[in-house]
Write a protein that binds this ligand. Structure first.
Ligand SMILES: *[C@@H]1O[C@H](CO)[C@@H](O)[C@H](O)[C@H]1NC(C)=O
Ligand SMILES: *[C@@H]1O[C@H](CO)[C@@H](O)[C@H](O)[C@H]1NC(C)=O
Ligand SMILES: *[C@@H]1O[C@H](CO)[C@@H](O)[C@H](O)[C@H]1NC(C)=O
Ligand SMILES: *[C@@H]1O[C@H](CO)[C@@H](O)[C@H](O)[C@H]1NC(C)=O
Ligand SMILES: *[C@@H]1O[C@H](CO)[C@@H](O)[C@H](O)[C@H]1NC(C)=O
Ligand SMILES: *[C@@H]1O[C@H](CO)[C@@H](O)[C@H](O)[C@H]1NC(C)=O
Length: 762
């Protein structure tokens, strides 16, 4: 079979297929938003069940129409692709059934079957002389340079003529004379620059004219004179700079399919298509169209597909589509469109597929897509926009990495771990808050700072808890609620809670570190911080935290929706255009305040360690000081390491987004759920649970418990009374046993202990 025939029969096929499938697609207006009806059964299913491979409707209606084959041109493209693939492989297209040659003698390299002649790749410079009753002639991949006058006149029965991949530069005015029965003419991949008016005059029966990939710069309606039966005109990838002002289809009354993809057309005037009343497909993709007259499409009352993708259109005339009422597929992707009027699509109610890829729609609202009840496929630049078309079965992209159409948290792992991390964080911190006051030897001011830190970290747990709760609440129908959720006060509050938590935590850690640092590096200036000073610092830190967290809520106009840019309400990753204020603000917070704090912590711990290392070497000769230093180093390393683990990814993310690198949303969501809470979850362990006083207290409790059970004397109790040389930073198991027992200190250990006391210094 020849590709043309396949195609034509396919078009006929599609017409009937389209007719039948559209019946199934009739959206029941009684299905709620976010749901689609099950064909002719009165049942509504949520959007995500569409095309999930499971027949939930019972009649397979939910598994119907999964691919977007609303447009024809895509299918044609596919067909062409196949066709050219065959040519590339030197595949000879013939009827498979071997037929005897009815053309008499044919030139040597040619193949002949029936009345068809195939001379592909035969190195011919001219049209071969064969019997006049040939009906198909294929001369692809030859080196024809010119089509002479009356070159095919001796073949009046010719129906299909394939002249692709030659070097044809000039087509004589009378080249196709006498071809009254020609239905398909292919001239693709040649070097044709002009087509003279009237060149196709005799081709009254021509249905297909494919002039792809040539160098044609201009056409006029006269070029197509005589093509009374033309259905399809493809002039892909030429250099046509402008379409004629005169009615283009004037001589092609049956033209159905017009493809000008990949030319240099820069404007569409109101007269060009005025005579193309039977057009169903118009492809103007990949041109330079910047201006479109308001009435450019007003005659295209039967247009089914319009492709204006990859042009330079900044604004559509508001009434551009008012007369193309039959349109079912519209592609305006990748145009620098500034604004889409709310009622832009009000006229094209039969639209089934709408492509708006690569288009920023700052004024997007549900109202825009609401009238398009039959819309089944919609393509956006951003996942967030899908929330504005909840009735559309198929919306792409279907995730921003964080959320999917169904769930606030797209990944099951995240959905589970948001709870796990939340519980760990909350529990650890609440545990410390409750037990800290019972550590006897505890410096009360230090305890206050630590409890403060735990309160801040606990807020992170609360934040994750709320996210987990809303994920649960919107499970399966997130798409419907996405916008409302992101715009809601809850989202803003919970987002600012997360920021409050991180900022207070960061500032407190810095404060604690600096305090220790000053004690150790400048031991003589190490004064016990007064109660007033500590309380003032803590209050100050909380106030700063609140200010940082709530400033973005204060001015809507300035910050837009600072927190509600994604489903997790954390301003780390934004698909929406941020206002400049919001952008600057989040850079100041993340790359200013937090980075400075992080560097301070790393620097302080490094120089603290260095300082201890030096004094230890000077003050002691005992063997195990190396071991002790190792322990100390391990602990310092751990504190700095967890900080780094938490903050370095965030700094990198923020920096990359500042450099406009595309960051997959999934990375941001993993950061928010796993990395951000690392500090909050580990701080209670690092600063309390593994410290010596805490362990001593636990030992004490355990000891008391055992004593009470065995009824032993109270004297031995003293052995475990907390040492005054306790080391805040010191894990119990790493201390050699003699240190734990008071009264057994050697001189050197005393000196070591005094040092370490300086370390704790609180
Ligand atoms: C629904 O359509 C299917 C075919 O698509 C048909 O077999 C069935 O009888 C129809 N059911 C009703 C209730 O119309
Ligand atoms: C085609 O033309 C040749 C002579 O050129 C003749 O011998 C042959 O019979 C013709 N075939 C048909 C099917 O008309
Ligand atoms: C065109 O084809 C028909 C048969 O389909 C034939 O009868 C007619 O003679 C042909 N016309 C020309 C001009 O060859
Ligand atoms: C086309 O636009 C011109 C002005 O640009 C106007 O004069 C003319 O009436 C319009 N024609 C139609 C058919 O709208
Ligand atoms: C719309 O056009 C864009 C850009 O050419 C293309 O990538 C996309 O596949 C088209 N969409 C449809 C539904 O054809
Ligand atoms: C939606 O499609 C159905 C079936 O094709 C049609 O009957 C109905 O009129 C369409 N709705 C609109 C608003 O065009």
């Amino acid at each position: 079979m020849l590709p043309g025939y396949i195609c034509l029969s396919w078009i006929i096929g599609v017409n009937s297929v389209a007719a039948t499938s559209s019946e199934n697609l009739n959206l029941d207006p009684f299905c709620p938003l976010g749901y689609f009806p099950c064909g002719n059964v009165t049942k509504c299913l949520p959007q995500f069940m569409h095309c999930n491979g499971v027949d939930e409707c019972g009649n397979h209606a939910d598994e119907d129409n999964c691919g977007d084959n609303n447009g024809w041109s895509q299918q044609l493209d596919k067909l062409y692709e196949k066709h050219y693939e065959k040519i590339g492989m030197n595949f000879i297209e013939f009827d498979t059934k071997a037929e005897e040659c009815l053309l008499g003698s044919v030139p040597a390299p040619c193949l002949c079957r029936g009345l068809e002649l195939d001379c592909d790749g035969a190195k011919f410079r001219t049209v071969p002389a064969v019997s006049s009753n040939v009906t198909m002639m294929s001369l692809q991949n030859n080196i024809l340079r010119k089509l002479d006058s009356n070159g095919f006149r001796q073949f009046p029965d010719l129906r299909n003529l394939y002249l692709q991949h030659n070097k044809i530069k000039t087509v004589s005015m009378y080249a196709f004379r006498g071809l009254h029965n020609l239905t398909k003419l292919y001239l693709s991949h040649n070097l044709i620059t002009t087509l003279k008016p009237g060149v196709f005059e005799d081709l009254h029966r021509l249905e297909w004219l494919v002039i792809e990939n040539n160098k044609i710069t201009r056409i006029s309606p006269q070029t197509f004179q005589g093509l009374n039966s033309l259905i399809l005109l493809v002039m892909l990838d030429n250099f046509i700079g402008r379409l004629p002002d005169k009615p283009l289809c004037q001589h092609m009354p049956k033209l159905n399919w017009l493809d000008f993809e990949g030319n240099n057309i820069h404007s569409l005037r109101n007269t060009t298509f005025s005579s193309c009343t039977t057009l169903t497909v118009l492809v103007l993709r990949k041109n330079r169209i910047s201006t479109i007259s308001e009435n450019a499409f007003s005659s295209l009352t039967t247009l089914d597909e319009l492709d204006l993708a990859n042009n330079r259109i900044e604004a559509f005339p508001p009434t551009l589509l008012k007369d193309v009422k039959e349109l079912s597929q519209l592609n305006i992707s990748h145009n620098p469109i500034q604004k889409i009027p709310t009622d832009q699509f009000d006229f094209v109610l039969k639209l089934k597929s709408l492509s708006l890829e690569g288009i920023e729609i700052p004024n997007i609202q549900r109202r825009m897509f609401m009238p398009l009840r039959n819309l089944t496929h919609i393509y956006f630049k951003k996942f967030q926009y899908c929330g504005f078309a909840p009735h559309v079965r198929n919306c792409k992209p279907n995730t921003d990495g964080i959320s999917s159409l169904e769930n606030l948290l797209a990944s099951i792992v995240q959905r589970v771990f948001v709870w796990v991390v939340s519980v760990i964080t909350c529990f650890g911190n609440i545990f410390v808050i409750c037990t800290r006051p019972y550590i006897r030897s505890e410096n009360k001011l230090h305890a206050m700072s630590i409890i403060s830190l735990c309160c801040a970290d606990c807020l992170m747990g609360v934040y994750l808890f709320v996210i987990g709760y809303y994920d649960l609440k919107y499970r399966g129908e997130y798409n419907e609620n996405a916008q409302a959720w992101m715009d809601s006060m809850q989202c803003r509050m919970v987002g600012s809670l997360a920021i409050l938590s991180t900022e207070v935590s960061v500032l407190l850690l810095t404060y604690l570190t600096l305090e220790k640092y000053i004690c150790i590096v400048y031991p003589f200036r190490c004064l016990k911080p007064g109660k007033i000073r500590t309380v003032t610092m803590l209050v100050l830190i909380w106030i700063v935290g609140f200010v940082i967290a709530f400033i973005p809520l204060s001015n809507q106009a300035f910050f837009n929706n600072y927190y509600g840019t994604n489903g997790v309400c954390f301003p780390l990753h934004s698909e929406k255009p941020e206002s400049t204020a919001a952008q600057i603000y989040s850079v100041i917070i993340f790359l200013g305040v937090n980075l400075a704090a992080f560097i301070t912590i790393v620097f302080s711990y490094s120089s603290m360690f260095y300082s201890i290392h030096r004094t230890a070497i000077m003050a002691t000769e005992i063997h195990n000081h190396i071991k002790k230093e190792m322990t100390l180093a391990k602990r310092f390393f751990f504190i700095v390491f967890t900080d780094a683990l938490c903050w370095i990814p965030i700094f990198i993310l923020k920096l990359l987004s500042l450099l406009q690198v595309e960051i997959p949303g999934s990375i941001s969501s993993w950061v928010v759920i796993f990395i951000l809470p690392i500090n909050s979850a580990l701080n209670p362990i690092l600063y309390t649970i593994t410290t010596r006083p805490f362990k001593e207290m636990m030992n004490q409790i355990w000891y008391n418990y055992k004593q009470r059970r065995s009824g032993g004397s109270k004297n031995s109790h003293k052995a475990y009374s907390p040492s005054f040389f306790w080391v805040e930073m010191w894990p119990l198991q790493d201390i050699s046993p003699e240190i734990m027992k008071p009264g057994l200190y050697t001189d050197s250990e005393m000196s070591f202990s005094t040092q370490t006391t300086r370390l704790s210094c609180t």
